[in-house]
Design a binder for this molecule. Structure first.
Ligand code: ADP
Ligand code: MG
Ligand code: MG
Length: 251
């Protein structure tokens, strides 16, 4: 599904290398988790994959279903099936949440040569999905994320993901700022989307999210590289022994 090879990334504005040779393959149907200390490059990886400005790829490759991601515009990456749930969702004053979602869904359908969704079908689907995530009708009418609590913004990211039904889902610290109940809602939303044809990359600082979204593979990122890969037990090892222990082990 997603194949990243020897990815090196630096900031465009300064000569600062952030990713220093990331290798990662996410298979369809699998959930991979990336854990790592703050500043290790986890968000940068998700930004570079989704096409955010300001970064320069100096070496390596990233493919989605065999297609060179790095050549595509952000919207083309989305149309190809990539989705990023932001660590810090932005507010978009003046743009209604429901209008935003409907425009996104239809733009994606158009890019794929599908017909627009009818208003009735869209409403039915968004209401059902919002209900599962305990997002009330009022939040659908308000401008995107404006005045939403931290937890509401994160649930809104999952609503977007559910509506767009991407092939490759990247979640960047979706658990941060969530209380246990909200985290369970988010995890249920993600688990409902788990599918043989879909891959997940779940970035998290803490192990607790992985109690609810059981990963198949866990990677540890440190200083711009993946320093260790293992099964779910690796997340527990980090929880018990910390990242410093793993870095020392690598050294
Ligand atoms: P993580 O998500 O693992 O906490 P980030 O990818 O956010 O890490 O950051 C990795 C490193 O790159 C950090 O040292 C951060 O300060 C730096 N960095 C990322 N983006 C920028 C930027 N636009 N300008 C300056 N430094 C940046
Ligand atoms: Mg961080
Ligand atoms: Mg981050």
């Amino acid at each position: 599904m997603l194949e990243i090879k020897n990815l090196h990334v630096k900031l465009e504005e300064e000569d600062k290398a952030i990713l220093k040779g990331v290798d990662l393959t996410v298979e369809a149907g699998k959930v991979h988790a990336i854990m790592g200390p703050n500043g290790s490059g986890k968000s940068t990886l998700s930004y570079v994959l989704s096409g955010r400005d300001g970064y320069e790829v100096t070496d390596g490759s990233a493919e989605l279903l065999g297609e060179d991601l790095l050549e595509l515009e952000p919207e083309e990456r989305a149309a190809a099936g990539l989705f990023l749930a932001f660590q810090y969702p932005i507010e978009i004053p003046g743009v209604g949440n429901m209008t935003f979602l409907r425009t996104a869904v239809n733009a994606q359908r158009k890019a794929r040569g599908q017909e627009e969704m009818s208003s009735a079908d869209f409403l039915k689907e968004i209401r059902a999905k919002a209900k599962e995530l305990k997002i009330d009708a009022d939040m659908l009418k308000r401008p995107v994320n404006v005045g939403f609590s931290g937890g509401e913004k994160k649930r809104n990211e999952i609503l977007q993901m559910a509506m767009l039904a991407p092939k490759m889902c990247i979640l960047d610290e979706t658990d941060s700022g969530l209380d246990v109940d909200a985290m369970k809602l988010v995890a249920d939303g993600v688990n409902a989307l788990r599918d043989e044809g879909r891959g997940f990359l779940v970035i998290t600082h803490y192990q607790r999210l992985l109690d609810h979204i059981k990963p198949d593979v866990v990677h540890i990122m440190s200083e711009g590289r993946i320093i260790k890969t293992g099964g779910p037990e690796l997340a527990l090892e980090v929880e018990n022994e910390g990242y410093a222990h793993l870095k020392a082990e690598e050294a």
